[in-house]
Design a protein around this ligand. Structure first.
Ligand SMILES: [Zn+2]
Length: 384
């Protein structure tokens, strides 16, 4: 069963829905008309057998996902068997079409799947050992059909299409029963643990608000009660006023190394006007995000001659929590601390959650500003 329902999330992107052989959803985000769009997955796939669980850590007040079924997922396939490349006769991949621009599909090995929260079940030893089904949704976002492309080398129009896909999926997953937070992210590089080389990211629809988000919301509530201000907005204003950690900016977005950065190179991108998630950004703000994000990634790549193992996370307000002050932002970090050297999470970080950063944020910001602007139109504060 295949459905085709062209929709237009923006003037420039056309959406086609399809269904994969095992029932998963696949969505094309087309920048131009593709004659060869294939909506029928010809493969014969066994049914997806999900089965993750979330367990409550009563000591830290956090949910932790258990997804043992993911151990069988595809691990570093050869390039000619890439499941994210367009399908060919020899390689019937996850994407049935011979080409695509941006495509999103449900992960065959999801950490979260299914609708509804599912009732919390107490363990034999009582309510301190609660668990629930790991409901939610996990999707894969392919940024380009080119297996060897670098995200930073993609045209700005493509990054804009990726943002359109992120926003579209944020709206869709937010409406799914049981999803409490939508997280769009990208892991890059084998050092990060990426198992597929093809340029892609992921989207999680969590059945809970993630621990970092919950902590920031608690801080913002306390700050609001104490000062009447918006914590995120005041931090942004403070960074702009100080200026020493600003990396790049444009009319709608500001990129800075946070005052208490944990990673050797860590850049946060904030919209100048509050939005709680990507769906609240207008078209102009999405254009400006595409420009600044590619600029920041280019600067981070320019700092090292080695490859850039990196993580990009789109931090959005939880779907149902009371989080009026939450401020959408992107956090981009690399675990590279110097040429040929990686920052590992060792004793203090892994055991205690207490980070020790090897580069001060002001030095990191200056080095990022000193990288010649990889794209025109975005300037660091020194260029003002
Ligand atoms: Zn590929």
């Amino acid at each position: 069963m295949t459905t085709s329902s062209p929709a237009s999330p923006s003037a420039t992107v056309t959406k086609f829905m399809a269904q994969m052989a095992d029932g998963r959803e696949l969505i094309y985000f087309d920048e131009t008309h593709h004659e060869d769009r294939v909506l029928i997955d010809p493969r014969d796939l066994p049914e997806v057998v999900p089965g993750s669980q979330v367990r409550y850590d009563a000591l830290l007040g956090e949910w932790v996902a258990m997804a043992g079924h993911r151990q069988t997922r595809i691990y570093h396939p050869p390039a000619n068997a890439c499941p994210l490349c367009p399908s060919t006769d020899r390689n019937p991949s996850e994407i049935p079409s011979p080409s695509y621009d941006v495509v999103v599909f449900e992960n065959r090995f999801p950490s979260f799947s299914g609708t509804g929260q599912g009732a919390a079940v107490n363990g034999p030893a009582g309510w301190l050992f609660q668990s629930r089904p790991g409901s939610g949704r996990c999707e894969v976002v392919c940024f380009t059909s080119d297996h060897n492309a670098l995200l930073s080398a993609l045209p700005q129009s493509r990054m804009r299409t990726v943002i359109e896909a992120w926003a579209d999926r944020t709206a869709a997953l937010s409406a799914q029963d049981g999803v409490e937070q939508v997280f769009c992210f990208e892991n890059r590089g084998v050092e990060i643990g990426v198992t597929l080389a093809h340029p892609h990211g992921q989207i999680y629809g969590y059945p809970f608000a993630a621990p970092k988000t919950a902590a920031a919301i608690r801080s913002a509530r306390e700050y609001r009660a104490r000062t009447g201000g918006n914590l995120f907005g005041d931090v942004l204003a403070g960074e702009i006023a100080d200026g020493s950690r600003i990396v790049a900016e444009n009319e709608h977005w500001v990129a800075f190394v946070p005052f208490a950065a944990r990673w050797p190179v860590e850049v946060h991108l904030y919209p100048r006007i509050q939005a709680r998630d990507l769906t609240e950004l207008d078209s102009i703000a999405r254009d400006a995000l595409a420009a600044l994000y590619l600029d920041v990634i280019g600067r981070m790549e320019g700092m090292f001659s080695d490859s850039l193992p990196a993580i990009t996370g789109v931090h959005q307000a939880p779907v149902h929590a009371d989080a009026q002050d939450y401020w959408l932002h992107l956090e981009v970090l690399t675990i590279r601390r110097a040429e040929g050297k990686i920052k590992y999470l060792a004793g203090s970080e892994s055991a205690m959650g207490a980070f020790v950063n090897d580069i001060t944020p002001e030095v990191a910001a200056r080095r990022l500003r000193d990288v010649a602007a990889p794209r025109p139109g975005n300037a660091g504060p020194d260029a003002r």
